[in-house]
Design a protein around this ligand. Structure first.
Ligand code: FAD
Ligand code: NAD
Length: 470
């Protein structure tokens, strides 16, 4: 049996769902193929459960800074139960209903390319369904956790982001390999929810190394104060777990090994392209699918293949995948109608700015655009200004011992912002103001007239501009 649609999307994560919606809005028919749960990694094993686990930990930290309030012990079972609610108990009926309401056709099964415009779906009943696309196939298959080739690590069946976000209990002793976003967020969540001994093995010199250096430093100070043991310049050399699910021993190049009840690997991700049939259309099998700014795969004849979200490797963030998806759905619809396909909304230009990102730790780490060093490397003439957030009245009022910092990176030739970083409690909701300023390339002289309310943390904008000399 062959089913024909205008657009076939493989993968029903946030990116895939949004492409289908925009393509249908543009007058096309769409099918969405999903092998596990509609809603994707983000809804069940990434953004949503991780933030549900972090929220009480963050709130407890906020409360502990306000004299007169007291935090009792966190009821971990209640937190895990709320996480289960947040992931709809791993039931995707609601998301499938949403896809069908678009309306798009939902096809459960594992999809793979089988030549131009042809998708073969292995269905859960062991059968096969062949779909053909009149206009476009969109790959939105996301990414999977990488496990580095440390002897014994794979055999030890470590936790990845999947298992830690779905944990049904908190290990007493947790070893974390990796000092990036997943490592930091999940170390803090597990520690705050009751892990007695949390040890982070960080290959580089600090946490969150792609951000401004002060961000990782402030976070490391906060982790140290909370009792999380961060070990910079430390890699796992060998891992032993004689009994499945039993005690794990992580051997280090120097010093005593770390004994733990669980080991979490958080060393980055690779695109989910295995078995996707990329070879059948002449693309390499195990690499991100390279795309142009209209999200069309480069190097495929006929221009019918697109890739959005983590699988194209541009920015591994839900909001960026959804942004790409909106552009992609619109451009496919415009091309199908033979209309102009280069309107401003049809190019994912924001991918190049440096995406907005919030790391939901205590302190929150928020950044958009380029860091100072990235801006210099890119050849901009740069001046950077910093400000201690603790000196902002609105931040001081959030709690005693407030620690935080802000930095703005200015393009000296155009007098606009290239990047902004905030590290501190209560800064996550501040980030969008920076995103608007950076993306809008608002001249500093104009920004001066955007008056922040007193006493909010946003007053740091005024202080940064004063530090610059306005
Ligand atoms: C622990 C963790 C926390 C995170 N927190 C945040 C956060 O707070 N904010 C943020 O912006 N980002 C966060 N991210 C990143 C975010 O999860 C991803 O960027 C986002 O999920 C990517 O969306 P996507 O649609 O590209 O892929 P996914 O969400 O991975 O969805 C891809 C879908 O495709 C399906 N699929 C794969 N192959 C096939 C196939 N062959 N056939 C059929 N279906 C297939 C998969 O089953 C999956 O459902 C986090 C990531 C992790 C690991
Ligand atoms: N709040 C958020 O926005 C959020 C939360 C979680 C994840 N994410 C996204 O998910 C993606 C994956 O996160 P991640 O933390 O897995 O990746 P990452 O790239 O952020 O960090 C990986 C870390 O592992 C280290 N590493 C890599 N290989 C190693 C090895 N062989 N041995 C030891 N250390 C090694 C790296 O030096 C780095 O510190 C990120 O790109 C991020 O954007 C976002």
């Amino acid at each position: 049996m062959s089913d024909e649609f205008d657009v076939i999307v493989i993968g029903a994560g946030p990116a895939g769902e949004n492409v289908a919606q925009r393509a249908v809005r543009g007058g096309l028919s769409a099918a969405v193929v999903e092998e596990r749960l509609a809603g994707g990694e983000c809804s069940y094993w990434a953004c949503i459960p991780s933030k549900a686990l972090l929220r009480p930990v963050e709130l407890a930290a906020d409360v502990s800074r306000v004299p007169g309030l007291e935090v009792g012990p966190i009821d971990t079972r209640a937190v895990l139960a709320r996480r289960d609610e947040a992931v709809s108990r791993y039931d995707d009926a609601g998301q499938v209903g949403w896809i069908e309401s678009v309306p798009a056709t939902f096809v459960r099964g594992r999809g793979r390319l089988d030549g131009p415009r042809r998708v073969v779906v292995d269905t859960p009943d062991g059968g096969e369904r062949v779909l053909t696309a009149r206009h476009a196939v969109v790959l939105a298959t996301g990414s999977v956790a990488s496990v580095p080739p440390v002897p014994g690590l794979r055999e030890a069946e470590p936790w990845t982001s999947h298992e830690v976000t779905a944990a049904s209990s908190v290990p007493d002793r947790l070893a974390v390999i990796g000092g990036g976003v997943v490592g930091c967020e999940m170390a803090q969540a597990m520690h705050g929810l009751g892990a007695r001994q949390t040890t982070m093995l960080v290959r580089g010199g600090g946490l969150l190394e792609r951000m401004e250096p002060f961000a990782g430093e402030l976070l490391a100070e906060s982790f140290a104060a909370a009792g999380i043991d961060v070990r910079p310049h430390t890699s796992a050399e060998r891992v032993e777990r004689p009994e499945p699910g039993g005690k794990v021993t992580v051997h280090l190049p120097e010093g005593p090994p770390i004994e733990a009840d669980e080991v979490l690997v958080a060393t980055g991700r690779r695109p989910a392209t295995k078995g996707l049939g990329l070879e059948s259309v002449g693309l390499p099998a195990d690499r991100p699918v390279e795309v142009d700014d209209s999200l069309r795969a480069t190097g495929v004849d006929g221009g019918w293949l697109y890739a959005v979200g983590d699988v194209n490797g541009r920015n591994l963030l839900t909001h960026m995948g959804k942004y790409q998806a909106r552009a992609c759905g619109d451009v496919i619809a415009a091309r199908a109608r033979g209309e102009a396909d280069d309107l401003p909304g049809m190019r994912a230009v924001a991918d190049g700015f440096g995406p907005p990102q919030v790391v939901f730790t205590d302190p929150q780490i928020c950044s958009v655009g380029r860091t100072e060093s990235a801006a210099r490397e890119a050849g901009f003439r740069v001046r950077a200004v910093e400000y201690d957030l603790a000196d902002v009245s609105g931040a001081y009022l959030l709690g005693d011992g407030y620690r935080g910092r802000a930095k703005a990176v200015v393009d000296e030739d155009r007098k606009v912002l290239l990047g902004v970083t905030f590290a501190g409690p209560g800064t996550a909701e501040l980030l969008h103001s920076a995103t608007v300023a950076v993306t809008g390339e608002v001249p500093l002289e104009r920004l001066w007239h955007a008056v922040p309310s007193f006493p909010t943390v946003s007053e740091v904008w005024l202080r940064l501009l004063e530090a610059y000399g306005l």
